[in-house]
Every structure is written in structure tokens, then in C-alpha cells.
Design a protein around this ligand. Structure first.
Ligand code: MCA
Ligand code: AMP
Length: 493
């Protein structure tokens, strides 16, 4: 955090943030985050890694809150704005958050939880001003953030990163992609994941650049911003590029030409969080003039492998390890995979997270005995470039850039009164990467109303985890050991 403040101090009069409420300089960001930090401290000298959960709209308020938590010595726990209450409560309980910060519109949703759990709740006001106090010195090895990620366990795990981890993740990208204070980016990604938090917002603010926020992804709003010529950079998940291409193709020719001219002025456009289909990369090149820079990352490690900023960006490949990130491909015993053969990506470096929150066993399991983090992703090196081949677990699905655990959805489905058994799989799909699908064994093979089933699931978990395809089956395919064979389930659709 101290380094972040030093960086900001070099650009005090630059515009840091633009949102629906106005433009804010780095000086305003430093002042507002200090004022909120004082309020958080409540006369204590240091929050000493207390967890502070926050449900705050994207924009100045979000960044002010994140920086205030860091400056007061807390651990920032961003909540997803679209999650239903049980998912929010899971994160608040799991982190044992002692403070909750909310934009006014989320107060009614979370107030009862705060009262019941005796959590101090702060509702953001335009000026949470206070008297000045000295803020604690935050050393880099302290924990900074917890983000929740789905894995092969049935409940999401909290990924803990330190300030040093975040710093390493940011500096690698700022250097590799040549960020500068002249850059202007727009954030349309959710702010409870690395892609939006680190790659877009933190890299911009580290560089003295300006970051504009739109409340959510909307193709028309984004294109009109592109046309206004106020951006130099854009980053998104492949699904968003797919949606932008569809929107573009439906526009009249003159509109298309104006947009193409505007997009050609950008310095860089990046894709990641899921495999970029070659067809999407090629179409985007035609309409924007840009070869998308595809990179590979994970919540636990930030970004690890990237196509070059200068040099060939190969379609279907994620490029080379970023400076400071060590990569090794391993066989199933975690020995080096033979040259030119696929292996699991293992990662080491200052970018690698500290631990899963309160889960020492899970943390231990995901590292080799000599300290390499096991990503669960398979890759091969061809002519010096890494190509991602898929994941070692079929139970991890990526849809719209979100990581989804099939097991988590199955657990919920099995509690439905009409469902006897089920298997959730990801089906390949050009727009979404994978589509979540569920094969259901119902009581007496009865039909099920999927619209009301979807509504039932949405009360229990985030909308992006709701299956988009259902199949009622008499029984699930199993191997000789009685285990459901997911590849056979996929073939049933
Ligand atoms: C929504 N819909 C879907 C899905 N999600 N259909 C199929 N599969 C899905 N996953 C449908 C809805 O049912 C609805 O349909 C319609 O799409 C619009 O829904 P809405 O929720 O409004 O969707 P959206 O706003 O268009 O969202 C699409 C999105 C969003 C913008 C691509 O999913 C998104 O922001 N994804 C980014 C996630 C992200 O940042 N991941 C990074 C994780 P109907 O209209 O029929 O009702 S960090 C990471 O992965 C690592 C570190 C890395 O490498 O970056
Ligand atoms: P998350 O846990 O949400 O951070 O998701 C990380 C996962 O996204 C990785 O383990 C990969 O499976 C996937 N991923 C990220 N970037 C790419 C990419 N460029 N190509 C293929 N998969 C990717």
C-alpha cells in the first residue's frame, strides 16, 4: 500500500477515476481514502488484518473503500453485487468479517446480517469526513485481500493475497504491457475478481493513468464510449468480445466504419480469463484492426503467461511466462514433463498467493513439497509459446469468464425435493466458453419445470452458476467403481 501511495503522489493532479458521479484526481482519492480509513480505525491504531467486507458499486466509491481498508491495515473482502444473500453470508461468515461497508442501495439487503452477527456496518456517504489522524504503516508482507474462487471442493475458497503478491502481479503487467500515465481504460468487469481488480483498476492506478467505470457491461454503451475517442486500452473476457462482435455486425455500415476507425486508435486490447476462440480473435482483428493480446492467469497467481506486447501474438496460444513468474510443466507425479509433451502448469514467484483462508490442508494440497503451486491447467509448449489444453478436472467449468464448480451446483440440486440425483457438466460453447448443463434423475422420472427450478437455484446461488440446459435421464452413466463418468454425461446432451 505504501508503494501505491508513493505512486499516486507522483500524479496528484491527474484524473484517476471517472464514474457516473464525476471525475476524481489522485489527490482526491488519497484524501477520501484517508478519511474513510480514519473512520474505519475508530480510534484504534491499526485494524491488524481484520476482514472488512464491502458491497460497493464500481467507481470512485469502490476504490476509495478498497484503499481505505488497506490504509487502515485491514484485509479487503469485495462482495459480488449480484450474489444472492446466502452467497454473501457465506463470504461474511467464512472471513469472520468485523466491518461491513455498503453503498446505500445494499444497506437493506445486509443490515439484518450485520445486526445478527454484531458486525459494524458503515453506509457510504458522499463525504465520510473525519479529523486527520496518522495512519499505520502497512508492510508488504501483510495480507491485503481475500477473493473467493470455486475449486474441486464443493464450497468456494478464500484466496489470500498479500500486498507484496499484489505488487508483484501489478508490476509484471505494467512493465509487460507498457502502461503509462497517459493511458485511459474503461472497467466493465465485476470487481470481486482479479481481472477487474488487478489487471484493469490497479494497473491503471499504479501507472497514474485514468480508469473510467461503467456500471455494468452493455455493448451499446461501450461502443459509444469507444467512438468518443477517450480510451487507449480495453480488457475483457472472450464472451464480451463475442457479444461486441454480434452487436457490431448488426449495426449499419456507416456506424461500423466509425467504430472501426475509433478502435484503431487504441494502444492495446487484451483478452483472458478463458480460452479465446480463434474465430473470435480473427473477427475482432477484422473489425478493430487489433490482434487481441491473450494472456493466462488465475485468482491464486494473478497473471502468469502472456503473449508479447511487441512481437507475434499467436491465435490459440497464451504466450510466454511473464518476467518474475517461474513456470514448469509437470507429469502426474509432479516431475518435469518430457520436452514437447503436455503437462500441468506449476507456478512459483512473488505473484503466488499466500494461502486459502483458514484452510491449511487445502493450501498444502495445492503446492508441491518444493513450493510450486499446482494450477490444475494442462498446457504444452510449441515453438516457444504455451498453449492451454484444458483443465485436469472436469468438475471445473468456465462460463462467461467465471469459474464454476460443478460439485457446488450438484450439492444444491440434490437438496431439491424432486431431484434424486444429478450430474453437472460444461458443454463447449463459442459465446460462453462453456455452458453449464445438468442431467437430472427425478423422482419417478417425472418432468420438472425448469423455469421454476432456475428461480429456486437463483435464490441459493449466483445467476451465472444456474444451468442453461437440462436433461432428465433414467440413470447417470457410471464406471465399474460406481463413479459418474462426466464425459459420458456430456455425450448425452
Ligand atoms: C448470463 N447468461 C448466461 C450466462 N450468464 N447464459 C449462459 N451462460 C452464462 N454463463 C444469460 C442470462 O441468463 C441472460 O439471459 C443473459 O445472458 C444476460 O444475463 P446477464 O447476467 O445480464 O449477463 P451479462 O451482463 O451479459 O454478463 C455476461 C458477462 C459476465 C458480461 C460476460 O458474465 C461477466 O462480466 N463476466 C466476466 C467475469 C470475470 O470478470 N471473470 C474474471 C474472473 P436472458 O436474457 O435470456 O435472461 S478472474 C479470472 O478468471 C482470472 C484471474 C483471469 O485469468 O482473469
Ligand atoms: P479464476 O479462478 O476465476 O481465476 O480462473 C482461472 C482459470 O481460468 C485458470 O485456471 C484457467 O483454467 C482459466 N483461464 C484463464 N485465462 C485463460 C486463457 N487465456 N485460456 C484458457 N484458460 C484460461
Amino acid at each position: 500500500m505504501q508503494q501505491f501511495i508513493q505512486q499516486a503522489n507522483q500524479h496528484l493532479n491527474n484524473t484517476a477515476i471517472i464514474d457516473n458521479n464525476g471525475n476524481y484526481t489522485y489527490q482526491q482519492l488519497l484524501q477520501a481514502s484517508a478519511a474513510l480509513a480514519v473512520l474505519l480505525l475508530n480510534n484504534e491504531p491499526d485494524l491488524k488484518e481484520q476482514r472488512v467486507a464491502f458491497m460497493v458499486n464500481p467507481g470512485f466509491d469502490y476504490v476509495k473503500t478498497q484503499w481505505a481498508i488497506w490504509r487502515a491495515g485491514g484485509i479487503a473482502v469485495p462482495l459480488c453485487l449480484s450474489h444472492p444473500l446466502p452467497s454473501l453470508q457465506y463470504v461474511i461468515d467464512d472471513t469472520a468479517a468485523s466491518i461491513l461497508i455498503v453503498s446505500p442501495q445494499y444497506e437493506s439487503l445486509l443490515n439484518a446480517t450485520a445486526v445478527e452477527k454484531n458486525i459494524r456496518c458503515i453506509v457510504l456517504q458522499p463525504n465520510n469526513s473525519t479529523t486527520e489522524t496518522a495512519l499505520p504503516l502497512i508492510t508488504a508482507e501483510r495480507r491485503a485481500m481475500i477473493l473467493y474462487t470455486s475449486g474441486t471442493t464443493n464450497l468456494p475458497k478464500g484466496v489470500v493475497t498479500t500486498h507484496a503478491n499484489l505488487q508483484a502481479q501489478i508490476i509484471a503487467l505494467v512493465n509487460a504491457w507498457q502502461w503509462s500515465s497517459a493511458d485511459k481504460i474503461v472497467c466493465i468487469l465485476p470487481l470481486h475478481h482479479v481481472h477487474g481488480i488487478v489487471n484493469v483498476v490497479s494497473c491503471a492506478l499504479w501507472s497514474g493513468a485514468s480508469c473510467r467505470f461503467l456500471p455494468e457491461f452493455n455493448a451499446a454503451a461501450l461502443f459509444s464510449l469507444f467512438k468518443s475517442g477517450v480510451l487507449s486500452l480495453f480488457m475483457a473476457v472472450p464472451t464480451i468480445y463475442f457479444k461486441l462482435i454480434s452487436h457490431y455486425e448488426a449495426l449499419p455500415l456507416t456506424e461500423q466504419q466509425a467504430l472501426t476507425t475509433a478502435m484503431q486508435q487504441f494502444r492495446l486490447m487484451v483478452s483472458g480469463s478463458a480460452a479465446l476462440p480463434v474465430t473470435v480473435m480473427e473477427k475482432w482483428k477484422l473489425i478493430s484492426g487489433h490482434s487481441l493480446l491473450e494472456r493466462y492467469g488465475m485468482t491464486e497467481i494473478g497473471m502468469a503467461i502472456s503473449n508479447p506486447y511487441i512481437g507475434e501474438r499467436k491465435a490459440g496460444y497464451v504466450g510466454l511466462p511473464l518476467p518474475g513468474v517461474q513456470i514448469r510443466l509437470a507429469d502426474e507425479n509432479y516431475n518435469d514433463a518430457p520436452a514437447n509433451e503436455p503437462g500441468e502448469i506449476l507456478v512459483k514467484g512473488d505473484n503466488v498467493f499466500n494461502e486459502y483462508w483458514n484452510k491449511p490442508e487445502a493450501t498444502k494440497k495445492e503446492f508441491t513439497t518444493d513450493g510450486w503451486f499446482k494450477t490444475g491447467d494442462m498446457a504444452v509448449v510449441e515453438n516457444g509459446y504455451y498453449r492451454i489444453m484444458g483443465r485436469s478436472s472436469v468438475d471445473i467449468i468456465k462460463s462467461g469468464g467465471y469459474k464454476i464448480s460443478a460439485l457446488e451446483i450438484e450439492e444444491v440440486l440434490r437438496t431439491h425435493p424432486q431431484i434424486k440425483d444429478c450430474a453437472v457438466v460444461g458443454l463447449e460453447n463459442e459465446e460462453w466458453g462453456e455452458l453449464v448443463a445438468a442431467a437430472l434423475v427425478t423422482n419417478n422420472n417425472e418432468a420438472i419445470d425448469t423455469a421454476s427450478l432456475n428461480a429456486w437455484i437463483r435464490e441459493r446461488m449466483p445467476a451465472y452458476r444456474v444451468p442453461r440446459k437440462y436433461l432428465i435421464v433414467a440413470e447417470l452413466p457410471r464406471n465399474a467403481m460406481g463413479k459418474v463418468t462426466k464425459n459420458d454425461v456430456k455425450k448425452m446432451f
